[in-house]
Design a protein around this ligand. Structure first.
Ligand code: SAM
Length: 254
């Protein structure tokens, strides 16, 4: 894999890798994002899975425990892969990891399922998005499926401040246009703020790039709150999240 123009992303995630791993206990991540992704993925028994932008590997480890036959995680951040490999050392499950840029992916194997949780929203141009979708298409076996999570590109910037009560808000330029940065802010369990830099591309650009890469039926999918999340909070607590969801599921088929 060659180096790419996602190198700023690489450095940023090297700095916040542990913070991101710890952020998994932020309630909206624990009770909405993680369970929704697993629900959208569905049964993995006996399937081969590639996780692009696997981060510290928690999702992949979960899928392996659920019965996935063979799993490979790829992430551009050395530090993220370091955390993933440490977890594998502590509890060997047979998960494999590679440091690399998903946009430059050259693997000599294909997978039943490709996961991309917060991968595509790092693309700042249609060309970058196309290179990521092409890598996804190239890594899938015929009939395979891509599933992920992504910043919801369909909501207006006026709603970027709506989810503060859950510890998440986003900022961008006043006249947000294609390629502009979206900064995602998180309030971490320890009170500190974690910042993630993503980019805006319209839903139309996403659909066009997916189709150009040879993927069919690119779709945005609703998330849901887990039973544990409903049980842990008063009725209605999660409603605002779903009125203007800043994160959506995504999927496409080869
Ligand atoms: C917000 S984290 C999500 C990690 C993981 N998917 C999860 O949901 O826990 C985004 C990840 O995308 C990775 N990433 C961003 N651009 C990438 C690229 N071009 N190739 C591979 N990984 C990338 C970052 O290094 C980071 O680990």
């Amino acid at each position: 894999m060659k180096s790419s123009d996602f190198s700023d992303t690489e450095h940023h995630y090297d700095e916040i890798a542990q913070q991101w791993a710890d952020a998994k206990s932020i309630p909206y991540i624990e009770y909405i994002l993680t369970p929704s992704l697993l629900k959208l993925i569905g049964p993995v028994d006996g399937k081969t899975v590639l996780d692009l932008a696997c981060g510290e590997g928690a999702d992949l480890r979960h899928l392996k425990k659920l019965g996935a036959a063979d799993v490979l995680g790829v992430d551009i951040s050395h530090e993220m892969i370091h955390l993933a490999r440490n977890a594998e050392k502590e509890e060997p499950l047979g998960c494999r990891y590679l440091v690399g840029d998903a946009a430059q992916l050259q693997l000599d194997e294909q997978f039943d399922l490709v996961i991309g949780a917060f991968l595509l929203n790092h693309a700042s141009s249609k060309e970058q998005l196309l290179s990521l979708f092409s890598a996804i298409a190239g890594a899938l076996t015929p009939g395979g499926r891509f599933v992920g999570l992504n910043v919801n590109m369909a909501i207006e910037t006026a709603h970027y401040d709506d989810l503060r009560k859950y510890g998440r808000w986003m900022t961008t330029t006043p006249d947000r246009k294609e390629g502009d940065m979206i900064v995602v802010h998180h309030r971490n369990p320890d009170g500190s703020e974690m910042i993630i830099e993503n980019f805006y591309l319209s839903p139309e650009t996403y659909a066009a790039a997916a189709a150009e890469a040879g993927l069919k039926n690119f779709r945005w999918l609703a998330l849901s709150v887990s039973q544990a999340g409903l049980d842990a909070y008063p009725p209605g607590f999660w409603d605002e999240f779903f009125e203007t969801p800043q994160v959506m599921g995504i999927a496409a088929d080869l």
